[in-house]
Design a protein around this ligand. Structure first.
Ligand code: SAH
Length: 488
C-alpha cells in the first residue's frame, strides 16, 4: 500500500476543514428546541451573522435572542421561506426534531450547493459537526464521521484534560512573534528549530502563564543561538495518590529535564515524570538528611544555570511545611526564574480519604495546621493556650515522633482527655490506615499499631463526625489479609 493508494478501511467520505465564518458571512439554523440551541451556541462562538427560523424558541434560545446576537424569524419553515432565506448562507443546520422537515431543508440546500447538516441524520447531510475542544485560536475537532458520537465525546474529555487551559495565550504569543523570528531566520528550517526549542524550553510555560516579557526574552535568546536559561518549577505532588496530582503538575512533570524529589513521593507518582528526566533523590527523613537544605538550594541553582528545566517535586503542597519558601528565597537571590504549583496538602488529602471533615458548622469554626517536629533537644515551643481550644480542629504534621508529648500538652492546657483525636498513616494511598481514639489513648494506640511516617494527627470534635461513604470503605480494605486496615 502506498500513500497514494490508501486501503479501503482508510477511506472515508468525510474531510475535516476549518471553515471561515467571519463577520461578512451568514449562517442559518432551522429549529427552536434543544438541538437547535446546541448548534446555535456553537455558531455564536464565530463572527458570523446567525439567523434562526422557528415558530417558537426554547428558554436558552430566547435568552440568546434577547442579547441580539442572533436574528430570529418567528415562522414555521416552508419551501418558500427557505428559497427566500437560504441563498447567501455559508452553511445551514436543519435542527428541528422532525426528520422529514430536516430532510426537506437538506434537499433544498444541496440543490443550492449550500453545505447542510441535518442533525443526527447522516444520509442527507453534506457536513457534520465534530466534537470540539476550544482554546482559541487553537481548535481541536474530533470526528468519528457519525459512527460513535459518545466515543467522540470521550476523546474530547481526554484532550480537554491534556491541553493547558491557557493554550490560546501561547498560540497568540507565537503569532505575534512570528515576524521578528522570521527576520532573524529567513529559512523555514532554522525558524522551525527555534520554535521547537522554544516549545520544549521554559518559554512555553512563560507564555502560558501570561508572562510575555520573560517568554520574549527566552525566545530572543534562542533566536540568537543561545540555548536559553533554565528554570525551577516548585511543584506540589499531593499526598500520594497519583490521581490527586493537578493537571499543571502532570504537565510540568512531563516537560522537566531533571527532578529533585524527597522521600514522601511514592513510585507511582515518580513514574509519571518524563522517562528521560534525570532523577535526583534529595529526600529528608527525620534523622536522615540525604542532602542538607543549602545543598538542595545550590543544586537547584546549578542545574537551572546550566539551562535545565528543574522540577522540584514535593509531597503535598510546597508551601505547607515543605520549606518551599526557603528554596524560593535562594532562587530569588540567585536571580533564577521559578514557578510554584500548589498541591493537595496532607491535611486535605487525609481528611477526605479518612472521611473526617476539617471544619464543621456544629463544632469547628477554624482549623489549625501545626508542625509537631520537635527541636533537637526534644522541646516543642508552641503557643499551647491558643492551640488547646474547643471549637477548632488541630491538624499536626510530623507529629508521630512526639505524639505522647503533644497529647499531654493539649490536655494540660485545657482539652479533656477524652477529646477526639485520630491518626492517619499514608493517607490517600492504598495501604492507608486510620485510628480513631482520644487524646488519652492515641499515643498508645499508634505505638501498638506500629504507625510509621508519614502520619497525620487530627484533633477535635470533627473526628466524631467521621463519615464512611461507600467509596471510602473499599479503598481502606485494600490490604485485606494483612493488618486490619481500619483500626478503630
Ligand atoms: N508539604 C507537605 C508536608 C510535608 S511535612 C504537605 O503539604 O502535605 C511531612 C509530614 O506531612 C509528614 O510527617 C506527615 O505528617 C504529613 N504527611 C504527608 N503526606 C502524608 C500522607 N500521605 N499521610 C499522612 N501524613 C502525611
Amino acid at each position: 500500500m502506498t500513500d497514494a493508494d490508501p486501503g479501503k478501511e482508510q477511506q472515508t467520505p468525510w474531510f475535516p476543514v476549518t471553515l471561515r465564518l467571519d463577520a461578512a458571512s451568514k449562517a442559518l439554523i432551522i429549529g427552536g428546541g434543544n438541538i437547535a440551541a446546541n448548534k446555535t451556541s456553537l455558531l455564536i462562538t464565530t463572527e458570523a451573522s446567525v439567523m434562526l427560523i422557528a415558530p417558537a424558541l426554547n428558554e436558552e434560545l430566547t435568552r440568546i435572542a434577547a442579547t441580539g446576537r442572533i436574528r430570529h424569524l418567528p415562522v414555521a419553515v416552508s419551501e418558500d421561506i427557505l428559497k427566500e432565506h437560504l441563498p447567501g448562507n455559508r452553511l445551514v443546520f436543519a435542527a428541528t426534531n422532525d426528520r422529514e422537515v430536516n430532510r426537506m431543508v437538506a434537499a433544498i440546500a444541496r440543490d443550492m450547493n449550500i453545505p447542510v447538516c441535518a442533525v443526527d441524520d447522516l444520509a442527507p447531510s453534506t457536513f457534520i459537526t465534530p466534537a470540539i475542544v476550544r482554546r482559541p485560536p487553537v481548535l481541536v475537532a474530533i470526528s468519528t464521521a457519525g459512527a460513535a458520537p459518545v466515543l467522540a465525546r470521550r476523546i474530547r474529555q481526554q484532550i480537554e484534560a491534556l491541553l493547558p487551559a491557557h493554550l490560546g495565550r501561547l498560540a497568540r504569543f507565537m503569532q505575534r512573534m512570528r515576524p521578528s523570528v522570521a527576520t532573524l531566520h529567513p529559512t523555514a528550517e532554522t525558524r522551525r528549530r527555534v520554535w521547537e526549542h522554544f516549545l520544549d524550553g521554559a518559554g512555553s510555560e512563560q507564555a502560558l502563564s501570561g508572562d510575555d516579557v520573560s517568554a520574549q526574552h527566552t525566545l530572543e535568546q534562542l533566536a540568537q543561538g543561545n540555548t536559553g536559561e533554565g528554570e525551577v518549577w516548585l511543584v506540589g505532588a499531593g499526598p500520594g495518590d497519583a490521581d490527586l496530582l493537578t493537571l499543571k503538575a502532570l504537565r510540568l512533570m512531563q516537560n522537566a529535564d531533571s527532578v529533585l524529589y524527597d522521600h514522601l513521593l511514592p513510585p507511582e507518582i515518580l513514574d509519571r515524570v518524563r522517562r528521560d528526566a534525570e532523577r535526583v533523590f534529595v529526600g529528608k527523613q527525620r534523622s536522615d538528611h540525604a542532602l542538607p537544605q543549602p545543598a538542595i538550594n545550590n543544586e537547584l541553582i546549578r542545574r537551572a544555570r546550566a539551562g535545565e528545566r528543574v522540577l522540584r517535586l514535593k509531597g503535598g503542597d510546597p508551601f505547607i511545611f515543605g520549606r518551599g519558601g526557603e528554596e524560593i528565597e535562594a532562587l530569588m537571590a540567585a536571580d533564577i526564574p521559578f514557578r510554584v504549583v500548589p498541591g493537595i496538602s496532607a491535611a486535605n488529602g487525609c481528611a477526605a480519604a479518612a472521611g473526617i471533615p476539617l471544619t464543621h458548622r456544629d463544632c469547628a469554626q477554624s482549623c489549625l495546621f501545626l508542625t509537631g517536629h520537635a527541636r533537637a533537644d526534644g522541646t516543642l515551643d508552641l503557643p499551647w493556650d491558643t492551640i488547646a481550644r474547643r471549637g477548632q480542629t488541630i491538624v499536626i504534621y510530623m507529629g508521630l515522633g512526639g505524639i505522647a508529648m503533644l497529647c499531654e500538652r493539649l490536655v494540660q492546657h485545657g482539652l479533656p482527655p477524652d477529646w477526639p483525636a485520630a491518626a492517619v498513616e499514608k493517607g490517600t494511598q492504598p495501604d492507608q490506615r486510620v485510628i480513631v481514639a482520644d487524646l488519652r489513648s492515641l499515643p498508645e494506640r499508634t505505638a501498638t499499631e506500629k504507625f510509621r511516617s508519614p502520619s497525620l494527627i487530627i484533633v477535635g470534635e470533627v473526628v466524631r463526625h467521621r463519615v464512611m461513604s461507600r467509596s471510602v470503605k473499599p479503598a481502606m480494605s485494600a490490604n485485606a489479609g494483612g493488618d486490619p486496615p481500619e483500626v478503630v
